[in-house]
Write a protein that binds this ligand. Structure first.
Ligand code: G3H
Ligand code: ZN
Length: 280
């Protein structure tokens, strides 16, 4: 069933496990992510990024409606999240599109401007019962360049959460967006310090570049929401590429079906890593 992100995050935190938040670009992504969660027997968050909305001609409603329909039919709890929103016009569409949470990304701004923009976004979200995630200490790589050296300072994080009223905080602890190898090293001591300093759940972005044991350790240290995108596309596109070696193939279902199946297996695996006893 479709539930709220707050519910899923609260329950993961209470159980001491991580929750996977996977990026949806196409209908097949939503289907694969939910199928993987059903196989793992865990809740999952479907997230649609501002970049994915741009891909769909700037329209959130169609892909959000598709994701909501897939979530509603799921055998496990599924929530809808709007990811990496920089444009406030898109933020204002979140509730109508059925999202229960938004990541508002003012991380490129300097500290004071980030606080002011995030405070306004959080106030808006809370008036509508939405959960708001923000980012402090830019997790690099969204525009191609990795910036694994950036770190979130615990004292600044505590002040930021107090000043903005956000419900979850994305932190820079060594991961970087859009990595296609799982070689990022996380600063686990820093995660512990951030967890102790910050009252709200911590979010790890750029998790595709983080190996299984590093992810388990990050959850043990205090990460709750784990954002995963690229690794799904590596699996999906790899399967498409293999299938398309057959030049007579024209029906898209012939390559989308194995790609979706390959993606499902990755989702199931990642969710198992995030929720295993090792991580508890
Ligand atoms: O917000 C989305 C995530 O941070 C995804 O990052 O594509 O590097 O796994 P990734
Ligand atoms: Zn991200």
């Amino acid at each position: 069933p479709l539930v709220s992100t707050q519910q899923i995050v609260d329950s993961a935190r209470a159980r001491g496990v991580g929750v996977g938040a996977f990026n949806v670009i196409t209908l097949e992504h939503a289907e694969a992510i939910v199928a993987g969660a059903e196989q793992a027997g865990t809740p999952v968050i479907l997230q649609i990024s501002e970049n994915a909305v741009k891909f769909h001609g700037g329209r959130l409603a169609p892909i959000a409606a598709a994701a909501a329909a897939v979530a509603g039919a799921a055998a496990v709890p599924v929530s809808l999240h709007l990811d990496h929103v920089e444009n406030t016009e898109l933020l204002y569409q979140a509730a109508d599109a059925g999202m229960s949470s938004v990541m508002f990304d003012a991380s490129k701004l300097d500290y004071q401007a980030n606080v002011a923009a995030t405070r306004a976004a959080a106030d808006w979200a809370h008036e509508r019962g939405l959960h708001l995630e923000a980012e402090l200490g830019e997790v690099g790589g969204k525009d191609g360049a990795h910036a694994p050296g950036v770190r979130t300072d615990p004292a600044e994080a505590a002040a930021f959460v107090a000043a903005t009223g956000v419900d979850a905080l994305a932190v820079a602890v060594g991961s970087s967006h859009a990595m296609t190898t799982r070689t990022a090293r996380l600063d686990h001591d820093l995660i512990v310090k951030l967890r102790e300093a910050v009252p709200v759940p911590l979010v790890l972005h750029g998790s595709s570049g983080v190996a299984d044991d590093e992810l388990s350790a990050a959850v043990r240290a205090g990460i709750v929401k784990v954002n995963i995108g690229t690794i799904l596309n590596v699996a999906f596109t790899g399967a498409v590429r293999e299938t398309l070696r057959e030049p007579s193939l024209v029906d898209p279902r012939k390559y989308l079906a194995p790609a979706r199946t390959r993606m499902t297996a990755v989702v199931r695996h990642m969710l198992t890593v995030l929720t295993s006893d090792d991580a508890g």
